[in-house]
Design a binder for this molecule. Structure first.
Ligand SMILES: *Cc1c(COP(=O)(O)O)cnc(C)c1O
Length: 585
């Protein structure tokens, strides 16, 4: 007799969300209650013999009851106020990158909140910091990094995670440049700023050992430690050409956080070399390589090169693989450039890889996502496609060395006990709630293709269902092509309508949607400066003249899991199309 093989039950996403009609209320409420019971019992049971600070007679006094009443009334006011909050759980909310939260995320967040760990240090987060390390390992594995080697932490969001990448890339470059400046000033070596700034750790270590350069000598020439303008002047002198500071190569579709980073790190917003986009709105590989050469000619080191997996505008996935190939080729020639993937939105699509779920993605997009594993660092936002409450981003590096961030000590000296994060996070005190929400999601939904990946594949299927419905019944909806993921963008235009008139029509429709509680959609505007080729192709499909330098689009983020339900689709999709047609006129 053969042993019965265990077959896991079919995956039921409906068991992982509260439900649009609070369908899972009864058992979810019991779980919340259990978390609370556990918390109160825990408090009571520790230090059992300590005196009570709130004796019964005090607690039952009239004055005490009044204070309770004050809190109860204020709390009711707050909960009443919150009922006017944007309802983001419903499938009718298809506006921004947020939707229904998952139950594991809510349970995990709530449970950790009650214990209030501060992941800045193990002293105030005995458990939270362990959960954080395990949660990061789960995300790292999903992204294709070796989870045993990868390092990272949870942040307030994608913006902070992107800053973490700039911070580390800057320290790395500072080490390499200060070594080269030491050799130039001390020993009279020729200084080629571009190659020095990308020398790589192997060359750095070899040079340092061979030439006997001390920490102090490099520290005296660090732009991070010293006056950066004075060091800049010395770099100019040693290289016999003007030091103009580093650049960042970021796609033209870059998120606003990159501009903030240039600003905050003092690079100047002109420090961007904007990688051109192809006619489909993704980073163009040849254009990218040309920018590296341009930086080399200008003797401006590339602080980091950024690719985007899931753009904020339309969810497109850059050819991360093509950029990784080009960076590998450069590395082979001694030019080591930091590659950061901004996967704030799209990182979770990596969960689809390796199973049937990946078929929802174009093969080129699958290859791009698989190449995230080849990057130096990644930003991923659990508070977007992770269905986890705000504020929860994450910054992850491929290994420990890439994670280290310090002016000088860290690459050589372990300054703090393992797990203490305060010295290597931009933020100080950090909640463990996002880490716990991610951890519990990983423990239950899991970040593999059969479950989490299947959930996201269904959201891409929703986008396709919307496309089909619009193609069939909304004649003015002009779909932005191609759509890589679960974001659907379209403009509203009559045949032959010029871009400016179509933009006005689309803007009008957006305003009408905003004034109407029926469906929440968002709007995005693509500029010709970044998206020229895409805009021309888009307008050409409805024979519209390109008489504007921008394309206004309605944008639907179709991540709500309930759209996978046939009944929801049958009831709400025709209703959406009907309203859209009314607002298109
Ligand atoms: C959302 C997003 C960010 C910023 O993330 P926040 O969590 O809002 O700070 C950065 N990059 C991309 C591509 C994003 O989609």
């Amino acid at each position: 007799m053969s042993a019965a093989r265990y077959t896991p039950p079919p995956f039921m996403p409906a068991a992982y969300f509260p439900g649009p009609k609070s369908e899972n209320e009864a058992w979810a409420r019991a779980e919340f209650q259990t978390v609370l019971d556990h918390w109160f019992d825990w408090r009571r049971s520790l230090f059992r013999d300590d005196p009570s600070a709130i004796p019964d007679d005090l607690r039952l006094s009239a004055d005490f009851l009044k204070e309770r009443e004050i809190q109860a009334r204020a709390l009711r006011r707050l909960t009443d106020l919150l009922c006017a909050e944007t309802p983001k759980y419903t499938p009718r909310y298809i506006g921004h990158m947020v939707s229904e939260l998952s139950l594991p995320a809510l349970f995990g967040h709530f449970a950790a909140l009650l214990h209030n760990p501060n992941n800045t240090s193990k002293e105030v987060s005995r458990v939270g910091s362990v959960i954080e390390a395990e949660g990061i390992a789960m995300l790292a594995q999903m992204l294709g990094y070796d989870p045993a080697a990868a390092q990272g932490h949870f942040t307030g969001g994608g913006t902070m995670a992107n800053f973490e990448a700039v911070w580390r890339a800057r320290y790395r470059m500072d080490h390499w440049l200060s070594l080269a400046l030491t050799l130039a000033e001390r020993d009279g070596d020729a200084l080629d700023i571009f190659s020095a700034a990308h020398m790589g750790w192997d060359r750095f270590n070899a040079l340092r050992a061979e030439r006997g350069v001390s920490d102090e000598e490099m520290q005296a020439r660090s732009t991070v430690l010293q006056n950066p303008f004075e060091i800049g002047a010395r770099l100019s002198k040693a290289a016999a050409r003007d030091w103009r500071g580093p650049v960042m190569i970021v796609p033209g579709n870059k998120h606003f956080s990159w501009r903030k980073a240039a600003n905050v790190f003092g690079l100047g917003e002109s420090a961007f070399l904007n990688a051109p986009l192809d006619a489909e709105g993704r980073l163009d590989g040849d254009g990218f390589s040309a920018l590296v050469e341009q930086a080399r000619e200008q003797a401006r080191p590339v602080l980091l090169a950024v690719t985007v997996a899931g753009t904020t505008e339309a969810g497109e996935i850059d050819p991360v693989d093509a950029v990784a190939d080009r960076l590998d080729a450069l590395r082979g020639k001694g030019v080591d450039i930091w590659h950061h993937v901004d996967a704030a939105f799209g990182g979770f699509f990596c969960a689809m890889l390796g199973g049937a779920a990946q078929q929802a993605l174009d093969p080129a997009r699958q290859r791009a996502l698989a190449a995230v594993a080849r990057s130096d660092s990644v930003t991923i936002d659990p508070h977007k496609l992770g269905y986890i409450p705000y504020a929860c981003g994450a910054f992850i590096t491929r290994d420990k060395r890439r994670y280290q961030a310090s002016s000088f000590q860290a690459p050589y000296i372990e300054r703090k006990a393992e797990g203490d994060k305060w010295s290597c996070t931009l933020e100080g005190s950090r909640s463990a709630a996002g880490a716990a929400a991610t951890w519990l999601t990983g423990q239950t939904l899991g970040f593999g293709p059969e479950r989490f990946g299947a959930l996201l594949a269904a959201t891409i299927d929703t986008r396709k269902a919307f496309e089909a419905a619009l193609a069939e019944a909304a004649p003015l909806a002009r779909l932005l092509r191609p759509a890589d993921t679960n974001i659907l963008c379209f403009s509203l235009a009559r045949d032959g309508e010029a871009l400016s008139a179509a933009n006005a029509r689309t803007e009008r429709a957006f305003e009408r949607f905003q004034a109407d509680p029926d469906f929440a959609v968002s709007q995005t505007v693509l500029s010709a400066e970044s998206y020229g080729a895409l805009i021309a192709a888009h307008a050409a499909r409805h024979d519209g003249a390109v008489d504007s330098d921008r394309l206004v689009l309605l944008r639907l983020v179709l991540m709500n899991p309930f759209w996978a339900d046939a009944g929801v689709r049958a009831a709400l999709l025709p209703r959406f199309v009907e309203i859209l047609n009314r607002y298109s006129a």
